[in-house]
Design a binder for this molecule. Structure first.
Ligand code: HEM
Length: 238
C-alpha cells in the first residue's frame, strides 16, 4: 500500500464539484439567453429549443438567475464551514515566486508542444523547477477563476437587481455589468478548457484527478509533481 498524503478535505471536494456543476448549468442556460444571430455560439436553434423547453425566455432567465444565486449561496456556506481551507487555498494560489514559477510555465509550455529537444537546442536544462502545493499552471487558472468568479457573481447580482430595484439612473452600471460579465466568463472558460484537459485527460495528472474524489495523493506523485509541498509534509510541517 503506497503512502498517501491528504490534499483536499470533504468540503473542498464538495465545493469543487458543486462549482463545476453550477458552471456547466450556468453556461448552458446563459448561452441560451443570447438570442443574436450574429454571435450565437451554437446557432439560433439552441436558444430557441431551450426557451421552448422551459416555457419561454423569461423562465430561462429565472432558471439562470436561480442557479447563479444558489452558486453564490454554496460559496458562502463553504466559507462558513471551512474558512481555514479557503484561506489556505487563496494563500497558495496567489503566492507566486516570479523566477521559479515563470521559468516553470515557459518550460512546461515548450515541453508540451515542441518537447525537450527544443529547450536543449536553446541551451536550456529541460527539467522543470520544483513546485509547491500547486504548480504555476494551476495557480494561473485558480487566480483567473477566483477573480473571474467574483466579477461574474457581482455583475450577475447587479443585473438581477436591475430588473427589480435599480432605476433608470443605474443604466451605465448595468451596461458595464453586462460587458464585464461576458468578459469574465470568456476568460475563465478559456482557462477551463486547459484545466479540464490537464486535470481529467492528461495521464500524468491522473492521481490528482482521483484526489478530487478520494482527497489524497500517493507519495510518489506528491514528490514528483509538488516537490516543495512534499518537502514540507515530509519534514512534518503540515
Ligand atoms: C469537468 C470539469 C472539471 C474537472 C474534471 C476538474 C478537475 C480538477 C482536479 C482533478 C483538480 C485537483 C488538482 C489538484 O489538486 O491536484 C481541480 C482543481 C481545481 N479546479 Fe477543477 N475541474 C473541473 C471543473 C472546474 C471548474 C468549472 C472550475 C472553476 C471555474 C474549476 C476550478 C478549479 C480550481 C480553482 C482548482 C484548484 C487549482 C487547480 O488545481 O487548478 N474546476 N479540478
Amino acid at each position: 500500500m503506497p503512502r498517501l498524503h491528504k490534499r483536499h478535505d470533504r468540503s473542498d471536494i464538495f465545493i469543487h464539484w458543486f462549482n463545476a456543476a453550477c458552471w456547466l448549468l450556468l453556461l448552458l442556460t446563459g448561452v441560451g439567453l443570447i438570442q443574436n444571430p450574429a454571435i450565437d455560439p451554437f446557432g439560433s436553434g439552441y436558444p430557441e429549443a431551450l426557451r421552448n423547453l422551459v416555457g419561454g425566455g423569461g423562465n430561462l432567465l429565472a432558471v439562470h438567475e436561480g442557479i447563479g444565486l444558489a452558486w453564490i449561496a454554496g460559496f458562502v456556506l463553504y466559507l462558513l464551514v471551512n474558512f481555514k481551507g479557503a484561506r489556505f487555498f487563496l494563500a497558495e494560489v496567489f503566492a507566486v515566486s516570479p523566477g521559479r514559477d515563470m521559468a516553470w510555465m515557459l518550460k512546461k509550455m515548450v515541453l508540451m508542444t515542441l518537447g525537450p529537444k527544443a529547450l536543449k537546442l536553446l541551451g536550456m536544462d529541460p527539467s522543470l523547477p520544483d513546485q509547491g502545493y500547486y504548480n504555476m499552471g494551476q495557480k494561473a487558472f485558480a487566480q483567473a477563476s477566483v477573480v473571474g468568479g467574483i466579477v461574474i457573481a457581482a455583475t450577475g447580482v447587479v443585473m438581477y437587481l436591475s430588473d427589480r430595484t435599480l432605476g433608470a439612473e443605474a443604466s451605465g452600471w448595468i451596461s458595464w455589468a453586462v460587458t464585464l460579465h461576458f468578459i469574465a466568463v470568456g476568460l475563465v472558460f478559456a482557462g477551463l478548457l486547459v484545466h479540464v484537459y490537464m486535470a481529467a485527460i492528461s495521464p500524468e495528472e491522473r492521481p490528482g484527478f482521483k484526489s478530487m474524489f478520494t482527497g489524497s495523493v500517493p507519495d510518489g506523485y506528491a514528490k514528483h509533481h509538488h516537490r516543495l509541498w512534499w518537502n514540507k509534509i515530509s519534514a512534518g510541517e503540515e
